[in-house]
Design a protein around this ligand. Structure first.
Ligand code: FEO
Ligand code: CA
Ligand code: CA
Length: 562
């Protein structure tokens, strides 16, 4: 693998691969405003190109201020906070992550359904259980409250007087939680069942060409534990490392760690077994000309892998082959029990290969990566960008972004070239890249995910970076290739789920786990978003302002279907 150190000159030469402003990506016109669903941009006019070239950006310096601090030209307002009512019976869940917006009517981009992942809970805030207090015992009622607060929310939002607002009690508003029964999209039962109870650990996600949401179950083992196999293939149950729900409910760990698809209008959900079971960060789809789909997805754990699923039938996330990446040889290795003798020798069938995808990948010689997280497809070049957050035991504290170039630009190719696009660190100005998003002009936005326990600590390598932030790497103009900090998160928080609204005038963004290091409710480490309760609340905000509109070069979406 080509492991180049970051330099701005190299970034700019990378940009020079194609004519500025011409997209090469084939149509995947599911929704506008996010390159998980890239829109066909067409050519930029000379006026638009000139405007982008002269765009000047003033970056923030790192700060530990307890606020959502924005650079000049940006503003924000809160759309929804944890525990807000979304209907007469449901409330918004905790720790919001992935956001995604689908207009209800493609002709009206100002009215639609917002999906928000709720990844995990802080029991202190959600159920009142303080795990730091050895005298406290926990009740099933507390666990039930925690189970309600993960999963996801569907909320209708509408733009009124230039501002996105919740449509309260809209019939589409609903919760999917750790209690919702969800069918497996597979012909064989999983651990004896055809239905799982609930979804959890919902980190990032994606969108399908047929306009449904994908929500990804990441650190599932924190809830019901996991199953480990010894060298003789004997299983052992590993208890949950985090929430201990397995002390209250006997649900098989094999029912979690999947990609889950949600129908926005009906709320129906299914778990896609064919995409494998591991700590899925996200799932980024591309639709081929014959309507088969390619789904990129990664396992966010030290020394785990990058995967892609290629369907054999149009618009299927069931029929097809799951591959895992061998970066050294630039090959996608098929996790295909029938045709891989090594897999046949260890696993009894394809279902077991998919349930134990990590072990199957290692058996085939897949490349171990440094916590692969979010994946986006460059709308200009078609290259695939993968955040590698860090791998502290291996001495990689700041992570990098990996670039995958499929052979001949074919997303279903079985060979590729891998290189490091940019490395984190003091030289580039960011650490621990996580979520990625390309805007309408092909600028790359990225969020950082330094852990709450290591940020702003004197002896930590993360000290210079202070709070987690949102950055942009402009593609055009004087600042092309620079990493510019445009937003700084409240204390202990992480900014997640960036998603551009179809009109390009707002960036939806989650503020996850503000005040996470709080040990007593009467003395929280953050009070953001500063509402009357005086405690921190994970929330979704809309970031607006002149800068977003200029970066998105808005004139060019005139005439698009959005
Ligand atoms: Fe939930 Fe890998 O971030
Ligand atoms: Ca993440
Ligand atoms: Ca993360």
């Amino acid at each position: 693998m080509d492991n180049k150190k970051y330099s701005r000159k190299k970034f700019i030469s990378f940009l020079g691969k194609v004519t500025l402003g011409v997209t090469v990506i084939p149509p995947f016109l599911t929704s506008c405003g996010n390159t998980s669903t890239p829109i066909k941009l067409g050519e930029l006019s000379n006026i638009q190109l000139e405007r982008l070239k002269t765009l000047s950006l003033e970056g923030l310096t790192s700060t530990d201020e307890d606020d959502l601090v924005l650079t000049k030209g940006l503003d924000y307002y809160t759309i929804i906070k944890w525990n807000d009512k979304i209907s007469n019976k449901d409330t918004f869940g905790f720790n919001c992550d992935f956001t995604c917006f689908i207009p209800l009517d493609p002709k009206n981009p100002n009215d639609g359904l917002l999906w928000v992942n709720h990844e995990y809970i802080n029991t202190l805030f959600v159920s009142g259980y303080n795990y730091r207090d050895p005298k406290q015992s926990r009740t099933k009622q507390q666990v039930d409250k925690e189970m309600y607060n993960v999963g996801g929310s569907i909320v209708r939002i509408r733009k009124e007087n230039g501002k996105w607002e919740i449509v309260h009690n809209d019939p589409h508003n609903r919760r999917i939680t750790a209690k919702t029964p969800i069918k497996f999209n597979w012909d064989k039962p999983i651990k004896g069942k055809t239905t799982a109870i609930g979804t959890l650990a919902n980190c990032s996600g994606g969108i399908t060409p047929w306009n449904t949401f994908l929500t990804c179950e990441e650190n599932y083992d924190g809830f019901y534990g996991d199953i480990e196999y010894d060298e003789n293939n004997n299983p052992t149950k590993i208890p949950s490392y985090g929430y201990g729900w397995d002390n209250f409910y006997d649900y098989p760990p094999e029912h979690y760690g999947w990609v889950v698809e949600i129908d926005p209008k009906l709320g129906m959900a299914k778990k896609h077994i064919a995409l494998g079971r591991f700590a899925h960060e996200c799932c980024t789809l591309f639709q081929l000309n014959d309507n088969r789909v390619v789904a990129y997805t990664a396992d966010d754990k030290n020394d785990e892998h990058l995967y892609k699923f290629v369907s054999s039938k149009p618009n299927s996330l069931k029929e097809g082959t799951l591959y895992v990446a061998d970066l050294q040889n630039g090959k996608w290795l098929a996790l295909d029990w029938k045709n891989q003798a090594k897999l046949k020798s260890k696993f009894k069938d394809q279902t077991e290969v998919l349930i134990r995808a990590r072990e199957a990948s290692k058996l085939l010689g897949a490349t171990e990566l440094n916590r692969p997280e979010d994946i986006e497809i460059d709308p200009i070049t078609g290259d695939i960008f993968v955040s590698l957050t860090n791998n502290k035991p291996k001495g990689d504290y700041h992570g990098s972004i990996l670039k995958i170039e499929e052979k001949n630009g074919a997303f279903d190719s079985l060979t590729f070239h891998a290189s490091t696009y940019i490395a984190g660190g003091e030289e580039s100005g960011f650490s621990c890249p996580d979520n990625l998003a390309f805007d309408f002009s092909g600028n790359l936005w990225l969020t950082s995910d330094m852990s709450g326990s290591s940020m702003n600590k004197i002896d930590s390598p993360y000290m210079p970076f202070k709070n987690n932030s949102l950055f942009v790497i402009p593609r055009h103009g004087n600042e092309a290739g620079k990493v510019i900090r445009v937003a700084s998160a409240p204390r202990d928080a992480e900014l997640t789920g960036p998603w551009f609204a179809p009109d390009g005038k707002s960036l939806f963004l989650s503020v996850q786990h503000p005040g996470e290091q709080t040990t007593h409710l009467n003395n929280p480490t953050s009070k953001w978003p500063f509402d009357e309760d005086n405690i921190p609340k994970p929330s979704v905000v809309a970031i607006t302002g002149d800068l977003i509109e200029k970066m998105n070069n808005l004139n060019k979406i005139e005439g698009s279907s959005c």
